[in-house]
Each structure stands twice: as C-alpha cells, then as structure tokens.
Design a protein around this ligand. Sequence first.
Ligand code: SER
Length: 891
Amino acid sequence: MPSLNDIRSTFLNYFAKNGHEIVPSSPLVPRNDPTLMFTNSGMVQFKNCFTGVEKRDYVRATTAQKCVRAGGKHNDLDNVGYTARHHTFFEMLGNFSFGDYFKEMAIPYAWELVTKELDIPADRLLVTVYHTDDEAAEIWKKVAGLPDERIIRIPTNDNFWMMGPTGPCGPCTEIFFDHGEKYWGGPPGTPEEDGDRFVEIWNLVFMQNEQFEDGSMKELDMQSIDTGMGIERVAALLQGTNDNYSTDLIRALIEASADATSSDPDGPGKTHHRVIADHLRSTSFLIADGVMPSNDGRGYVLRRIMRRAMRHAHLLGAKDPVMHRLVPALVHQMGAAYPELGRAQALIEETLELEETRFKQTLDRGLKLLDEELDGLGEGAPLPGEAAFKLYDTYGFPLDLTQDALREKGREVDVSGFDAAMAEQKAKARAAWAGSGEAADAAVWFDLADKHGATDFLGYDTEEAEGQVLAIVKDGVEVKALNAGEDGWAILNQTPFYAEAGGQVADHGYVRRLANLDDVSAVTDVQRFADGKLIAHRLTPERGKLSVGDTVELEVDHKRRSKVRANHSATHLLHEALRVHLGDHVAQRGSLNDEDRLRFDFSHAKGLSEDELRLVGEEVNGFIRQNTPVSTRIMTPDDAREIGAQALFGEKYGDEVRVVSMGRAPTGKGADGETYSIELCGGTHVQQTGDIGLCVILSDSASSAGVRRIEALTGAAAVQHLERQAALVDEIADTVKAQPGDLAARVKALMDERKALQNEVSQLRRELAMAGGAGQGGGAEARDVNGVAFLAQVLSGVSGKDLPALIDEHKAKMESGAVLLIADAGGKAAVAAGVTADLTDKLSAVDLVRAAVAELGGKGGGGRPDMAQGGGKDAGNAEAAIKAAEAVIGD
Ligand code: SER
C-alpha cells in the first residue's frame, strides 16, 4: 500500500521522466498575487507564466504544492473535521505546460500515471469535460477507451476553472474515482453528486483565457496546461478508504493528538482529533512561511485556525497547551518533503504554545458565557450578535470559533448583529481618537485603516512581491491617481517595504504597474501611520501614472537593504560586546542603521580606551566569522526578558514581541545558555552573522552627558575603508622614505628632529637680532628720553615668542633703561617692552606696550611692570608705535 510520501515521489518522478522540471513548492503567502490570501493551488506560482508576463528556463514543470484554503474564494474552514475530505491545508500535485503541450498530451499523461504508475483500476474511473469541449471528449475516448457514459459533459462553472476573480482560466476535465456501491452518491452532474461515492481526484485545466477585473475575458496568446491532484484523496483510495483522515500521514497526526490528550483517536472525540490534525498542518506551514498570529489579515486567519484547534483540544479535556507537542510528529511526517518545517520547528512550537497559553486564560470564561447565553435562548434561536461580539472582543473568540461551537448544538449566530456591534465599536474608537487632539491630517490615515485594515508586511521573507494599490494620499487628501512627477503616499494591501522604525531607515525601491511595467514609481520613503497599522509608501511616478486599484510589482532596492541589514545586525553584536567589555550598565540610547554606516549611542560615562575599543571590535568580528544563523521568534515581553533579551528602556511593547538572537557563546544567555545576543527588535537582519562580512569601528565620541556614540562600517564599506587607510599609509611611507612597518619610528624621529631644529632656529634668530643683523633698525642704540635710556627696535624674521628673551638680554646689557621691540611677522606685529628694575617705580612696561599696541591696530597688552607683551595687526605703523612709547616715557 503506497504511503502518501510514496505517491508524491511517484508523481514527481513520472513527470520528471517526461521532461518536466521538478520545482519546489512556493510559499503559502503568494509573492506574485495580491488578490489571493494564501496559495490555494499549484498554478499560483506560475500565474504570470500562463499570461506570458514571466518567462522561465523551462516550459514544463511539476510540483507538490502546499495549499491553504481558509479565507477568500476557496474557503473550507467551516467544514473541516466534520467531513471526509475538507482541509484547511492540503497538498496539490500538478504538472504544467507553458505554451508547450496541450490537451492532446495532458490527457494521455494523466491516464498513464493514474492507471499504470499508481495502478488505479481503469474501470473505477470516469471523467467530466466542459460541455462544449468535444476535443477533450474525443481524446478521452481515444486514449482511455472510455465509453460515452463515463465521459460526462458538465455545462457549469464546475468545469471552467478560475483561480479567483481575475487571472488565467479555462475549461477543465476532471477524473473521478468510484468508491463503489457501499457509499451513497451519484456521478458528477447528478443531484447526488455530493455524496461520498464518486470522488474527484484530478483536475486538468486547459488554460486558454484570462479574466479581467471589468468582467471581460480574453483569449491568451498561448495554450497551457495546469493540473491539480489532491494527494490526500489519491492516498485514501490507494489505501482502501474514502476518508482522507484515515490515510497514513494524517492518521499519524491524529494518533499524536490522541496520545497528547490521552484519549481514544476513534472515540467520541474523533472530530476533535481530525480538526486538530488538519489545523496543525495549516498553522505550522503558515508559521514556517512567516505568518504570525495577529488581529488583521493573514495573521488573523492563522489565529482563527489556531484557536479553533485549541478549542477542540480543550474539549478533549486537555489542561495544558497541546498543539506545540504535536509539531515533532508533523516534522517527522513531512519534514523531508518540506525542509522549511524542520528549519522553523522551534518557532512553530513556541508560537503555538504562546497562543494556546494565552487563549486558555479566557477560553473557560468565554465558554461559560456562551453556555449562559444559550440557556436563556428559545429553542433553535440564533445567538444574538452582541453576545458573539462580546465573545470576540473580550474573550478572543473569532466569529467562526463561536459558529463552530454552536454547530454542535445545531444553532447559528446572528451575523448581522455581530457586524453591527463591530461597526459600533469602531465608531466609538474613532470618536475617542478624534477627541484626543491628534493632528487633523492623521484623520485620513485612520479613515483608511478603518476601511482597508492593516497592511500586511512581507519584508521579513521577501524583497519582491505584488500588491494592490488601495489608496493614494497627496498633500493630506485622498486622490485617485498620481501623474508622472507628482509626489504622494500610496497604501497597498501588502508590501515587502520596511517602514522606518527602531533606528532602521526606510527601504527605497520601485513600484511598477503590472498592466504596463514601464509605468514605474520610485519609492523614497516608507512610514507607518494610524498607530502603525498602515505602511505608507512615499513615491513619485517617473513614467506613466499610478492609480488606486492598480496591481503592482513591488521591488525593494536589494543592495541598499542588504547594507542596512548588515549594519543592523552588527549593531546587535556591538551592543552585546559593549556590555561584555564595559559592563551591564551599557544600554542603548539611540541608533541609526542606514546604508552607509551604523551609529550606536549607549549609556557610558567616559571615552573608551584603545584597548577597550580593540577588544569590542575583535569580539564583534569573531561572531561575524562564527557565521551562525540569526533566529527570530515571537514571545511575550515577559518571556523575552526572562531569557535575557535587551529591550529598549521606556519603549512600549505590545502583547507579543519579536526577538532576534544571534551568536553562540558558551557563557551566553537564552534557554540554551549559549545565545550571545538576544534583543527585542522589529528590524530586518542578515540570515547568518557571516553575511555582515566585517565590522570596523570608526570612532567613539561623546554624544551627550553620560552617553557615548560609536560609529562603524560593515561589509564592503568596511573593507573599502581599510583599503583607503592602507593606501594612505603607503603614501606617507613613500613620502618619508620608510617601509610601512618602520613608519611609526620614522615619523617619531622626524618629529624629534623638527623640534631640535626649531630650537636651533630660535636661538640663531635671537643671536642675529642681538647682533643687529636681522632688524630693520639694526644695531639700534639707546637714546635718552626724558633721562631714561630708551632702546627701540623693529625686527623681522623673529617670532613673537622670542621677544621676551631678547628683552632680557637688552636689559642685562644696559644697566638702566627701557626697551621696546616690535617683531614684524608678515604685516602682523608682536610687541614686547622691558623696563629695568631701578625704573619700574615710575615707568611700567605695561604702559609702554599698551601705547605701542594702540598704534599697531591692536588692543590691550599686558604683563608686569618690568616686562609686558602685546600684539597688533598693523606692523607698518611700527614707527608711530615707537613714538607713542617715547611719549609715555616723556610724560
Ligand atoms: N488549478 C486547478 C485546481 O486548483 C488545477 O491545478 O484545481
């Protein structure tokens, strides 16, 4: 009996043998389709290949695609657990041709695979075709030899496949398996077709049309094939059952659920186990693909599925969280085919446990309230909307969880009452906000958030995605479109663009209209508005225009993002290294991670010594070279603090925080005691620490009192910096004629030599001045002024600082008298005056200098009565200055 894993391999190998490329499953969050909440069939990743917008290296492909159908057009959530074949998660096997083969080969391939490779008896098979598709009916007849009554023509949309309201589509043919008379039901097209007897196992779509938003449908240029086989259904029939939940893989999960809750897998709790097994698959795969529980969008669908499963676990009597304990069984079953499950195992387990722990806190009280409400209701009456809303708002019961709970009791919820209560609450919140005095232009963002809900951020996992323009705001007002050159803010349903936050700068990049890829807008800023709910892109169409309703391709500037990412991750390592080497008082006070460098402000009183800087730098680079994966987890702020996460002082955190960890150190922290850096952080990071490349600290300076600032470079910028430094060293070595290694000693020797020469020059100048050789009034003699011997001299080539020594020498020579020396340094003047000790009672050098300075265009001057100095800007007036000094002596 082939296992589900065997069937998957048989399928993929068969098509690989027939020239098909085995392409990995695409993520559950579609990168290329903004109209879809989740990937719901194998063709989603190839959507643009069918329309010709995208070209691949191959024209034939085969995949095993993980799919989620919950929310949106194909939504199976409500029925899961109660039927044999509804799932929120399933795998679709498919083969695809992009303009290569068409019906004439797709049908023979399918028939051979089903009847030969999988060995399904041909006489138990029948097919449907679209009522007008004579060609397909003919091929079936020829290839399979099916009689007319087993080729059923269906005139409805059942045999015209569309992935959603828009996109490639076409007529299809479906293969059905007859499980036999012991099951009730009729062939497709009969009123009994929904019974369990005839089960569709494979859908072959002949892609030949494209559906547009305005309702029109066009023929595609090329004819293609898209097929989808439900692997669980085929496993069921090959394993002799018609219940997907009895097949090997899902049964293993049901047994794990029974084990974990110590209950009978087939007893009264059977439905609960089925719900749990199914929901375990969808929630785990969604988390592995980056979806996190939240109150909006995809995250809310995940939360609804999780909580639905958790209520069923609760009904099985589980006292403690159960779901996370089932993850190893799932990884065991599916981890080989989908390695992302194993990689994300810890994240999946933690996320499930956290959600279940939190939900359990309100679940009991919510269920009690529900029972009380029901007691008060008449027979079969629906639960009032207000009660359902209270369960939602106060106890965290998503509406479909309440509906699921009531289903067992044969009751419904008054959904319009629920919607009204929800609308009323929103109106109240708005009124409260409007009264809070926030800026009026914020109103437009809150309106948009109300209307469209939160923007889905995809940027942790991808830097490219498609999105739909929901609104455009220009100068604070909503507009329909932006023309080329106009500047405004666009809101999309989802985006890979990171909005500036936590010191990380906003992404830049491009937005292109899918309808015309030449219509491109440059994104120059990204900000979060309306309490962080909306991610708004500031952009300007460079060509064409951008309108509300456009489907666009979003592309982040990858180079820039990767530099920012490296700087951000290096900041985390730097933060920890500073704590290790300076002490636990080090706390982040601010940071900036842009594309050029990182800047980190932290509390520390004094400058870092050379040794400290070197140790910090070495430690950061050691963890970069360690090249270990950077991990991200979601937890409560308390749990995060418990494992030693660094949080920002004074920052407000929500119920759940993102925790980024990196580096392995035997003396580290975290649950394993070995994690080096753990920080609460919403930013984007490198995958492996080695991606940072290198970190070079440029400077440590004071930022404000008690706060230091380190600036550093990473990656190529760090390498370029070192290269520039090395080139500079070479240049200097060349200039001073030394080997780079001897440079320090050589420069020191040059400096010493310079100092000695300077001293010698000073000495020589003084001697020259005394000898009269350097001065304009050379060899001046003292003359008598009012009975005082007065010597005045103007000198050039002598520096101001040499004047006092010269004054002293003159004074020593003259026994009694006054001296005034003016040094002319390129037009500027330095003045010094001296008076011998016997005269200082009646004559002060200070007065002489001041009188001279006033003439030399300077101010003041000072010193002692026996020696004073000053300066002016006008050495040309030296003679007048001497006269002024003379006048002082003459008084
Ligand atoms: N797209 C089709 C389906 O989902 C065939 O793959 O059924």
